[in-house]
Design a binder for this molecule. Sequence first.
Ligand code: LUZ
Ligand code: MOS
Length: 753
Amino acid sequence: MKNIDSHGHVSGRSIYVDDIPELRGTLHAVPVFSKVAHAKIISIDISRARDAAGVVDVLLAKDVPGENQIGGILPDEPLFAENEVHFIGQPIAVVIADTHFAAREARALIEVEYDELEVIIDPRMAKQKGHLLFPARTFANGDIDSGFEESDYVFSGRADSGGQEHLYIETQGSYAVPLENNNIKIYSSTQGPTSVQKFVSNVLGVGMHNIEVDVIRLGGAFGGKEDQATAWAVMAALAVQKLRKPVKLILDRDDDMVMTGKRHPYSSDFKIGLDKDLKIKSFEVTYYQNGGAAADLSPAIMERTLFHVTNSYFIPNVKATAYSCKTNIAPFTAFRGFGGPQAMFVIESAISLVADKLGISKEKIQRANLLKFGDLFHYGQICDSNNAVKSWDSLQEKFDAESEVLKVRDFNKKHTFRKQGISLMPICFGISFTKTPMNQARALVHVYQDGSIGISTGAVEMGQGVNTKMMQVAAGVFSVDVSRIKIESTNTTRVANTSPTAASSGADLNGKALQIACDEIYERLVKTASNILKEDIKLIEIKNERVYVGNNPSKLYWNEVVETAFLDRVKLSEVGHYATPIIHFDKRTEKGHPFAYHVYGTALTTVEVDCITGVYETESIKIVHDFGTSMNLTLDKGQVEGAVVQGVGWVTIEELGWDEKGRLLADNLSKYKVPDIYAAPKTIDILPLETEGPELAILKSKAVGEPPFMYGIGAYFALQNAIKDYNPNYKLDFDAPLTPEKVLLGLYGFNGK
Ligand code: LUZ
Ligand code: MOS
């Protein structure tokens, strides 16, 4: 089944927040933000802005009737800075005017006087000074000391990975509209409609029932709109509450890049021990997460890092400690993988270092340590499949990895100034929100008397195709044509208390809830059909819009059953509720069974480096991926392709930097490089691993949003191998992204911190 949005997207008819027809009298809001990274605010003068042409109002912290607070997990983030600012881009006020441009011009007239304080950018320095956003955590298993004693080889090193700009095509935005009795409806580009509802009500000092949040779809999100879509909705709603006029706030790209948080940069120290058979005995790691100026989702992201310490490997003795370091940068936030990629980069770096020191191929070490059925994860869960080994071996076989390696070797013999590199990257990613209570969802289903169907769930469509999957679930249960089904917008009035569409779990959680609701109605319709036909209910089945009795088609059709059920006053609406069973986690022991299941896979990446310039290309990526029983291979392959390119971008060309004043260096699209069609791999081949898939996945179709991002990490190590081929004295260092500049330094021996 095709993505139900594909025509709308290609023809430009799909509706995003900024496309919603504006009501008469709509005003426009533009946020005002700090120009310095750390300071006391001495004064804020809004008088010139207030008098500027077209300006209706300027709102500050003192205009907040409820709580001036939008911290998602910890209450450490004011909506508007009042006495201090902690990063460049921190909101101080919002200007409301007749037009977006009037508001933007007036913003420049606001004068803020600062008393500047010390700016900290580096997480290790923040840790040294004791600036942590919340307490450190340690996940441990076994005894690392005896593990190192038993080891024949022990190496230690450091690995750094950089941040990443989400660069969703649609920038952050919201449109808030006054309803009667002081209620407000907000159209928001958010992954978390309930989160927006909750924080709007808290800041406005009203009940959640007074606020309705509606989401049609997002133009991409990647985690950037899980927690950080809130501020823009709150600001617009605040203006509506005061002015009783519709207010729209859509960030310009430059404001979005400066004001919103990105993927967390990490700096890490590791120590790894192996025995003679290359079995990893012990792994110790300390992560310094650059959290930015407020906690945002960092506690959860740090937790996911600690869950992914060992990637797809079994390591009996593990000790991992993570610090979330407070720096003067926009709070870092959720981004596809959610702390997992940062952990996986470190273990892959450690293994690469061992291979380099021992002069053997990395693949030998990787293969020797892959997780097997029955192995224990360091957080107490038992590995319940052999998919790590199966995907690895299946890749070797199906893509003839050995001959790919030989081809690269051959190419490198024949070329002096062009070198290829090849690398294998296995992945293992846990599916479920790490915070157990978040793993719940609801769906509302109406079967209308004409036989058509309306569906609401908590899932947010952001391009990933979750609405198409919801359509498939409902059409599957009722066995009707998809043309009968409408997927409604995601709306807090229809489906309440939703978790954000995140953690790759949108289709699983909402699909299961939807399945439960549809099953209930289906059973009632079967009963109606059995009454009409006077046949045993156990023999009745609805297939392709027709009633079957013991596999024989009857003369009764779907719409007739529905119509009769309606006249018989049968309930044709249902709410489904789903809460993932089995999962639990105990934070005191840091042990439990946090994930419904894991997703596995292996990627083989080949790159080619121009050894005169350092410029490189990704030649090919070949992947065997664990989809379970994919319910939509076209959508799922699309997710793998997009994710792997995004992952390659993260470890190669996407570079965020801040100067000593805390200014973001790549703050627009002429400076920040994302993979374009030329930087994308020339070929991406994806084969599904032949497995059935777990019951806890919707229709046994495994979650696919985040796991394939981490295949991209392979490009880093493929590039290192190419460099090593040109410069045998190349001293490996682990400092992603490996930009062409760094490759050039490596080729001629000038790399390293
Ligand atoms: N969001 C969240 C996530 O709140 N908890 C998670 O565990 C998670 N994992 C991945 C992506 N977003
Ligand atoms: Mo996410 S990183 O699943 O919002």
